[in-house]
Design a protein around this ligand. Structure first.
Ligand SMILES: NC(=O)c1ccc[n+]([C@@H]2O[C@H](COP(=O)([O-])OP(=O)(O)OC[C@H]3O[C@@H](n4cnc5c(N)ncnc54)[C@H](OP(=O)(O)O)[C@@H]3O)[C@@H](O)[C@H]2O)c1
Length: 301
């Protein structure tokens, strides 16, 4: 399949390009910079130059593809609403370009977007995501649904915390906070959890979703249902040689700032249905092993 990939130069994209090529696909990766283009060429992909928000260019790229995976996103969280609404337009544009065919459009959402009440079990594939009115990034799945409503073949991959030994997403913020504050904190008993997946497993799921995904499905790239924040804090403390302590929910905003709600939330998620539906079996290293393997002495992240 000739696959147009946005976000091809990012963390996930840098693993997804070789995963697709190894499986016999031809990859056309979007890049807005010379270094990005060089990275893609080096990985064996074709380069399509452009900004993801240049919708005319985007349409052109999607029209020439047998399938599209959309993994670009601007992670400037200060402008989350603006970037989420831009993502809606991107997905609508890609969806329109593929209409009138069974060509798949795989889009990226997060397991953390699933609406859950305290005491609910882990987030499931069949659970709805928050609306954009509840949380701006809800725009992504709303846009996927709009593509399906028009007859398109949109498929959603929901990601938990994706990791290798260099990239830890949200945990990188916890590490930076600990470095700034000289101590590592978790809220209450620290039993609230973060679901996780090794990046090699996540990209295999993208490929399966592209090749076999069902229209409108939500697939959960979850390798570990939930890793307690207390255990994550313990490894950060060991790595940075800093004290680890419990703080109260009232103290959370002082320590975690904008991350306070997330740091207190239980974000467990299941991939039971995804494994059944696609025969996906995550085998990569677990989150705590990758955290242990980080280059702590080198001052990461
Ligand atoms: N990593 C995780 O743990 C995680 C968890 C949940 C959801 N996700 C989602 O998964 C997707 C991929 O995440 P990631 O970790 O790979 O992110 P990342 O490393 O930050 O990469 C973002 C990608 O988007 C591209 N991009 C951003 N703005 C662009 C623009 N205006 N025009 C063209 N390209 C643009 C970047 O290109 P440049 O190289 O040019 O900057 C890069 O290729 C995102 O939707 C993210 O929200 C990730």
């Amino acid at each position: 399949m000739r696959v147009f990939l946005t976000g091809a130069t990012g963390f996930i994209g840098s693993y997804l390009v070789p995963e697709l090529i190894k499986a016999g696909h031809q990859v056309v990766g979007l890049s807005r910079s010379d270094p990005g283009a060089a990275q893609l060429t080096g990985a064996g992909a074709e380069v399509f130059r452009g900004d993801v928000n240049d919708l005319d260019r985007l349409r052109l790229a999607a029209e020439g593809a047998d399938g599209v995976i959309h993994a670009a996103f601007n992670h400037d969280f200060g402008q989350l609403k603006q970037h989420s609404e831009a993502d809606r337009k991107v997905i609508e544009t890609l969806g329109e370009a593929l209409l009138g065919s069974s060509r798949p459009l795989v889009v990226t959402s997060g397991t953390g977007l699933v609406r859950r009440a305290p005491g609910d079990g882990p987030a499931a594939e069949t659970d709805p995501a928050m609306s954009s009115a509840e949380f701006p990034r809800g725009a992504t799945e709303e846009a996927a649904d709009a593509v399906v409503a028009k007859g398109g073949r949109a498929i959603v991959v929901r990601l938990p915390q994706v990791h290798d030994t260099h990239h830890q997403g949200r945990i990188a913020h916890h590490i930076r906070l600990a470095q700034q504050k000289g101590r590592v904190a978790f809220v209450g008993e620290g039993e609230n959890r973060l679901s996780a997946v090794h990046v090699s497993d996540a990209v295999r799921l993208y490929r399966l979703a592209l090749e076999e995904g069902r229209t409108g499905a939500r697939y959960h790239a979850v390798g570990e249902e939930g890793v307690p924040l207390r255990e994550i804090a313990a490894i950060i403390g060991e790595g940075l040689n800093l004290p680890v302590e419990s703080i109260t929910p009232e103290e959370a905003s002082d320590y975690f700032g904008a991350l306070a709600n997330l740091a207190s939330a239980d974000l467990a998620a299941s991939s039971l249905l995804t494994r059944q539906w696609l025969g996906w079996d995550p085998v990569g290293p677990d989150l705590l092993s990758d955290l242990h393997q980080m280059d702590w002495a080198g001052g990461r992240p």
